[in-house]
Design a protein around this ligand. Structure first.
Ligand code: PEP
Ligand code: MN
Length: 445
């Protein structure tokens, strides 16, 4: 049986981006509560996903991972969950149909409540308070009371994740994700947009294919349900540690708070607490790699996190920025490949492309997002490696957070419907546009 270091040992290693809780007794109580809570996912499901990511690593499938930058407790509503699921299903259909590649679907959902921040403090109109670190830690309201880290919120993360995952499971197995619903997913504001019409054409072709299949007597299970997995950044050690359990089948530890967990760009220190904890769990995991990552860093991370070189275990999620990917990515991929490492390469075209608009809103240009994905595909094509997937921040709603795209959202439009509590997300039309553009890149990959 594999042993997991205790929380004190992990903290002693130095853990970046942790909340400073004022009351340790309250932290212990929350952790104790979580330790006895039932798992949110099963270890066997994590293994299934690991098997699918192994296909991604081998170049046989494409990973689509997306959702909010930061989920909120208030955002756990049926509409919200359905809309996010719907846009991911629509994107997956476009990618699968247009590129004839199986798509592994993973939401940044049911656990994505904790945020690393570039500054511990936030100043507004001369008032300085602790930064908002996600609903897992403190409140978004800009008041001293709301910004105090409250460990009870970790229990709320568990409950909100459970409610979200329960609904997601109902949607994906209970008929909503049935391929015969391809048309019904294309409703409201999207349907009338040019990209919505392009989607209608794909949906029409799929429908004809399904009718044909049915007519010849083929109606497999795969048409009626999809595999969908949850993921989040494993950031707050108390939460991830409390949710780590020994799997009864294999006697090995799994973080049962989500199927896939990743280590962020700010917490991937080789000797730090996050890498240590993640090295003990058996889930499929990811590590975000920014432009400062040296090939040796990547090799050392792989040695710590996947010493047995198990395919599907480790995903490198690169987030260089459109201006840096073509220069920075090739050596990284070359060295990792030359070392014989089995990793899935996934492109996060969001986090290297954030800037502040003159109006003060944090935003991203749709063109930069596309440019980074194109750079990612170009680099992999020139090296003969597989551009394994896409990691994006998106929402199923008609928000105005990223500029550009077919609707040509301008910086002056950002205030119309800016709802993210952290980073700007692609709206549903922009997300679908991205899917069509990536499908085209995949066809040529
Ligand atoms: C994120 O995924 O929201 C995030 C903070 O990413 P990164 O760690 O790459 O900055
Ligand atoms: Mn983000």
């Amino acid at each position: 049986m594999s042993t997991i270091p205790d929380l004190a040992t992990l903290h002693a290693l130095g853990a970046a981006q942790q909340p400073s809780y004022p009351d340790r007794t309250a932290v212990d109580a929350a952790v104790q509560r979580l330790r006895t809570a039932p798992p949110l996912v099963f270890a066997g499901e994590c293994d299934d996903l690991k098997g699918k990511i192994a296909q991604v690593a081998r170049g046989e499938a494409f990973l689509l991972q997306g959702g909010d930058c930061a989920e909120t407790f208030a955002g756990v509503t049926a509409d919200n969950v359905r809309n996010k699921l719907r846009v991911l299903l629509q994107m997956a259909v476009v990618l699968t149909y247009a590129a004839s590649v199986p798509v592994v679907k993973v939401g940044r959902i049911a656990g994505q409540y904790a945020k690393p921040r570039s500054s511990d403090l936030e100043t507004r109109d001369g008032v300085t308070l602790p930064a908002y670190r996600g609903d897992a830690v403190n409140g978004y309201d800009f008041t001293p009371e709301s910004r105090v880290p409250d460990p009870q919120r970790l229990v709320d993360v568990y409950n909100s994740s459970a409610a979200t995952l329960n609904l997601v499971r109902a949607f994906v197995t209970g008929g909503y994700a049935d391929l015969r619903q391809v048309h019904t997913w294309n409703t409201d504001f999207v349907r009338s947009s040019p990209i919505g019409q392009q989607y209608e054409a794909v949906a029409g072709e799929i429908e004809r294919a399904l009718t044909f299949m049915k007519a010849i007597g083929a109606d497999p299970d795969e048409f009626h349900r999809v595999d969908f997995h949850s993921s989040h950044e494993a950031l707050v050690l108390e939460y991830e540690h409390a949710m780590t359990r020994i799997d009864s089948r294999t006697s090995t530890p799994y973080d049962v708070s989500g199927h896939f967990v990743w280590i962020g760009e700010r917490t991937r220190q080789l000797d730090g607490a996050h890498v240590e904890l993640m090295s003990h769990i058996r889930n499929p995991i990811g590590v975000k790699l920014g432009p400062s990552t040296s090939p040796d860093d990547a090799l050392a991370l792989a040695a710590r996190l996947n010493p047995e070189n198990e395919p599907g275990r480790l995903t490198f999620i690169t987030r260089f920025g459109a201006g840096k990917i073509r220069d920075g990515l090739p050596t990284l991929v070359e060295k990792v490949t030359a070392a014989g490492l089995e990793v899935a390469w996934v492109c996060d075209p969001m986090h290297g492309n954030t800037f502040e608009a003159s109006s003060g809103y944090k935003t991203r240009r749709f063109g930069d997002v596309i440019d980074e994905v194109q750079g990612f595909f170009d680099v992999h094509r020139s090296l003969g490696t597989w551009p394994g997937g896409l990691h994006v921040e998106l929402t199923g709603d008609d928000v105005t957070e990223c500029v550009g795209g077919g609707e040509d959202l301008l910086e002056v439009d950002l205030g119309n419907r800016y709802e993210s509590v952290c980073d700007p997300r692609l709206n549903r039309v922009q997300s679908l546009e991205l899917a069509f553009l990536v499908a085209e890149m995949l066809r040529q990959a």
